[in-house]
Ligand binder design. Structure first.
Ligand code: GLC
Length: 483
């Protein structure tokens, strides 16, 4: 059943568009977002500012402030929160170290502790690399360690971690469960158990510098990889000639880790090469379209992208972009709010769909994070109360605005504050979202992804040609999946 995740997500968001979200033209997935995206001046309006005062606001003032915001009034009232226990307890939460997430999480904890003062939440930053984070979780879980109470669950992990997580439906109101996009609840339901609560959605996006496009006479962001290559080359040459020797055309995530799987899947799908493993379990890697897509990406290294891009994760790419040294960046929505704070960029940026390849379509890998509670927690009620609060409609709104990450609850998309903070969170971008094969491969997903990004990395670094690497990858995947 979980194979219907993507269509349902699209359906839900299309429905949302019909119910009052900004106009969208789903029949033209690759192009319209760019024209619909805010004018260059808009980012300087700094929607994130709305979020800035919140962490410092006395939490007791929150309900009053909320009451003036009509859409948020529908949110679960803070006063109804069930803290799960009256005992004084301390729980641990494994936080996100990237971008604006640490501040947003600290603000979440502050709001929660104002409602449940007997529960202290100890925030421990997790590893930014999701494979490393998963390894830490699995080591702790295998030892049945009570060290982690509340954890962040990547959208690809419910199948992998289900046995170690509590069933959140026992701790969450039906009203809250019904608030989420149905596709996300489906994603998080394993053998009838709701093993995590959705917090936010992610998808690949192309960030671009509006001032530099204008300077070099381009009137729209690139719609295809070919256009991106030539625009990146022109801007890079021009900026270097103008004295910025550090300038690069395009930055992305090329390290050998999960982030490369998400980038490479976009190259592959946009070229018509399939999606690693189809929902029916067919292995889709060894074909001309994928060979061409990966050869093209290998050609970016040390031409329009820095040689070091093969070791970049999200925050490395964002660092180059944030310093004003890149024309284009592939990243997730979270980079939007922090880009607004860059003095070097000065608000001169916007976002567009990831470019299209030979297949004529762009692809954006579906990401996002959900919150789960360890089965080995010594304070499961308190931990579940925090997880439910963090993912409540009320807190999601704050969190989404603070981090410019699209929320998991449908009603929030119609909220004007959310629209102002992330104008790109419209269905025409989500229309091209591609899920990684974590449902089709379940417990084996991490091994599938590791084989995939290792092969892609060997192509990017020139250790293997694409045809050989993909032939071997296909054999390895056949071995692993037993085809
Ligand atoms: C982002 C996405 C997540 C993905 C990761 C890869 O955090 O939300 O789903 O696995 O990036 O680096």
């Amino acid at each position: 059943m979980r194979r219907f995740l993507l269509p349902m997500l699209i359906l839900a968001l299309a429905l949302m568009a019909a119910c009052g979200a900004p106009a969208a033209t789903p029949s033209e997935p690759a192009a319209p977002a760019a024209t619909e995206a805010p004018a260059a001046a808009e980012p300087t309006e700094a929607p994130a500012e709305e979020a800035a005062p919140e962490p410092t606001e006395a939490p007791a003032e929150e309900p009053a402030a909320e009451a003036t915001e009509a859409p948020a009034e529908e949110a679960m009232p803070a006063t109804e929160i069930n803290c799960g226990t009256e005992e004084e307890v301390t729980i641990t939460f494994i936080g996100d170290p990237a971008g604006t997430h640490p501040d947003a999480e600290a603000a979440t904890i502050e709001r929660f502790q104002a409602l449940c003062p007997n529960i202290t939440v100890d925030r421990i930053p997790g590893d930014a690399n999701v494979q490393n984070l998963l390894a830490v979780y699995l080591t702790a879980f295998e030892a049945e360690s009570p060290d982690f109470d509340v954890i962040r669950v990547d959208v690809i992990w419910p199948g992998l971690l289900a046995d170690h997580l509590l069933d959140m439906s026992e701790y969450t109101s039906q009203e809250q469960i019904d608030s989420y996009l149905p596709a996300l609840i489906l994603n998080d339901t394993v053998d009838g158990r709701l093993v995590a609560l959705p917090l936010r959605i992610g998808f690949g996006m192309l960030y671009y510098r509006t001032d530099l496009l204008e300077k070099y006479g381009f009137d729209a962001p690139p719609a295809t990889w070919d256009e991106l290559e030539s625009m990146a080359q022109t801007i890079q040459e021009g900026e270097r000639a103008d004295g910025n020797a550090e300038f690069w055309g395009f930055v992305w995530q090329g390290n050998a880790y999960e982030g490369l799987t998400t980038n490479a899947l976009e190259w592959q799908v946009s070229n018509g090469g399939g999606s690693i493993v189809s929902p029916e379990g067919e292995i889709e890697v060894n074909n001309e379209a994928t060979i061409d897509a990966f050869e093209r990406a290998a050609g970016w290294v040390n031409t329009i992208s820095p040689p070091g891009v093969v070791s970049y994760q999200e925050e490395d790419a964002r660092g180059v972009w944030h310093a004003g040294n890149a024309a284009f960046m592939r990243n997730w929505p979270y980079a939007y709010s922090s880009s607004l704070e860059s003095e070097a960029i000065g608000g001169n940026f916007d976002v567009a769909p990831v470019p299209a390849g030979e297949a004529g379509i762009g692809a954006a890998t579906l990401g996002g994070w959900h919150i789960g509670v360890s089965r080995y927690s010594e304070n499961p009620e308190a931990a579940a109360a925090f997880a439910a609060y963090m993912t409540s409609v009320e807190n999601q709104k704050h969190y989404a605005i603070d981090t410019s990450s699209p929320p998991a609850s449908l009603e929030l998309y119609a909220d004007p504050d959310i629209q102002a903070a992330m104008p790109f969170a419209s269905p025409d971008i989500v229309e091209v979202t591609t899920a990684r094969p974590s449902t089709a491969t379940a417990e084996q997903y991490n091994e599938v992804s590791t084989l995939y990004f290792t092969a892609v990395h060997s192509i990017l670094t020139g250790q293997q040609d694409a045809a050989t690497a993909l032939e071997l990858l296909e054999l390895d995947l056949m071995d692993l999946l037993g085809n």
